[in-house]
Design a protein around this ligand. Structure first.
Ligand SMILES: [Zn+2]
Length: 79
């Protein structure tokens, strides 16, 4: 599990959020915890939150939601 190899790997590789121009966009999505229905993915948090308000309006007993954020990361090796 945590032998010398894993230590070497940890010192050699670094991980960070991918902010390169060709990186996948960060997206936000809302999911209803009651029925599992979900909004579309969007680069802004506003459309998913608007979806939540509309969903609660149509389903007045659905009060719990989970935000799903997709964020690209990349690794690179130290030289
Ligand atoms: Zn729902």
């Amino acid at each position: 599990m945590s032998g010398p190899k894993s230590i070497i790997r940890h010192e050699t590789w670094t991980i960070q959020p991918d902010r390169e121009p060709d990186a996948k966009p960060v997206t936000h999505q809302m999911k209803c915890d009651v029925c599992g229905d979900q909004s579309g993915e969007d680069g802004s948090w506003e459309p998913p939150q608007t979806w939540v308000l509309n969903h609660s309006g149509q389903n007045p007993s659905h009060h719990s939601y989970t935000e799903v954020i997709s964020r690209p990361w990349r690794t690179f090796m130290h030289t």
